[in-house]
Design a binder for this molecule. Structure first.
Ligand code: NAD
Ligand code: IPM
Ligand code: MN
Length: 363
């Protein structure tokens, strides 16, 4: 079969540790399924700042552009927090998202059997949790004009929250399409009681909904949604929302799965190149210790197999391997209870690889 080109950008903090495990899993998938991946590494974020002075070197962007898919670890950390805005590691991520036109960010929130006991929420609240956050990724307050001025009264700072109708329409339409393949329920989250951009958002949702009479749609204000997500999480199916609300709600929703270390994401858009990354960040507090949970990175690689390459069987195999490892009682420190022995980042990756090896997959 044809060679798939994968750009791997490990990034900062735990980025390299977790990415290594995802690459290991991809390499086992090559063997099991007879695929061929050409993996090339690029620098991004704080590491790139330290080496070449900027967070997103042109050669990294070029590497992404000539690849079929991008796997990213995480960027950022205290070393670079006081850098000027355009020189922050996070700017690299925003630059790739915008540069590749990745306007949709899919963040599936899947609860694996047994992990309901790892969450800080009660297991009975978590029964039946299976939702996906569809986050708009290239608009809103992240990308509107920013300004900083000094006035006689003191400093003034502005971030413009701006949405064009077409930006709302394409992400909302995608959410309805996704709902059709799931439980056929869409919850559109906004702040239409205060924000004009949210009122436009709601109008567009109501219009698009007419094309999907088989999908049930509801509007929910974001503050209420933040509460309902932990009160009755199993009632949600597809949550579609603007950039910053989606950022915040998905970290909250991660706790439904036991840990932020469990949540993968796929960023897709106008072109054919997809970006795959964990929802979590560079976790400077645990970096370099080999204790980070690599599941989110491994599951992001599975999303790459599914959404960029159409390798559904292989994607499902990776997800099944992760599920089986958890079913056997294996826990990384973020998921382990106090008296439970936890495995390291690398041990977890090895166990997933071993599960892939043990099973007979159809080639
Ligand atoms: P974070 O997600 O990095 O960490 C939050 C908490 O979750 C920390 O206690 C951390 O130890 C824990 N955690 C995160 N991932 C984990 C994993 N895989 N296994 C176990 N525990 C895990 O969020 P933060 O501390 O607010 O941000 C740290 C840095 O990461 C900041 O510079 C931020 O800008 C950046 N960040 C980057 C991305 C990205 O690159 N996609 C995403 C979010 C945050
Ligand atoms: C995420 C991160 C990023 C975001 C940051 C690092 C720019 O929090 O991917 O969720 O806010 O989108
Ligand atoms: Mn985030």
């Amino acid at each position: 079969s044809e060679v798939k080109k994968i750009a791997v950008l490990p990034g900062d903090g735990i980025g390299p540790e977790i990415t290594q495990e995802a690459v290991k899993v991809l390499q086992q998938v090559e063997k099991e399924f007879g695929f061929s991946f050409s993996i090339q590494y690029g620098m991004i974020g704080g590491g790139a700042i330290d080496r070449v002075g900027i967070p997103l070197p042109p050669e990294t962007m070029e590497l992404c552009e000539k690849s079929d898919a991008v796997l990213l670890g995480a960027v950022g950390g205290p070393d670079w927090d006081s850098y000027p805005p355009e020189l922050r590691p996070e700017q690299a991520l925003l630059g790739i998202r915008k540069g590749l036109g990745l306007y949709s960010n899919l963040r599936p929130v899947t609860l694996f059997a047994g992990l309901e006991n790892s969450s800080t929420l009660r297991p009975e609240v978590l029964a039946g949790v299976d939702l996906v956050v569809v986050r708009e990724l290239t608009g809103g307050i992240y990308f509107g004009d920013k300004e900083r001025t000094t006035t006689p009264e003191g400093e003034v700072a502005t971030d413009l929250l701006i949405y064009h109708e077409f930006e709302i329409e394409r992400i909302v339409r995608l959410a309805f399409e996704i709902a059709r393949g799931r439980k056929k329920r869409v919850t559109s989250v906004d702040k239409a009681n205060v924000l004009e951009s949210s009122r436009l958002w709601r109008e567009v949702v109501n219009r698009v909904a007419k094309d999907y009479p088989d999908v049930q749609v509801e509007h929910m204000l974001v503050d209420n949604c933040a509460m309902q997500i932990i009160r009755r999480p199993a009632t949600f199916d597809v949550i579609v929302t603007e950039n910053m609300f989606g950022d915040i709600l998905s970290d909250e929703a991660a706790i439904l799965t036991g840990s932020i270390g469990m949540l993968p994401s796929a960023s897709l858009g106008e072109g054919t190149i997809g970006l795959y990354e964990p929802v979590h960040g560079s976790a400077p507090d645990i970096a370099g210790q080999g204790v980070a949970n690599p599941a989110a990175a491994i599951l992001s690689a599975a999303l790459m197999l599914r959404h960029s390459f159409g390798y559904e069987a292989a994607a499902a195999a990776v997800e099944q391997a992760v599920r089986t490892v958890f079913e056997k009682g294996v826990r990384t420190p973020d998921l382990a209870s106090e008296n439970q022995l936890a495995v390291s980042t690398e041990e977890f990756g090895d166990l997933v690889v071993e599960e892939l090896r043990r099973t007979e997959w159809p080639i």
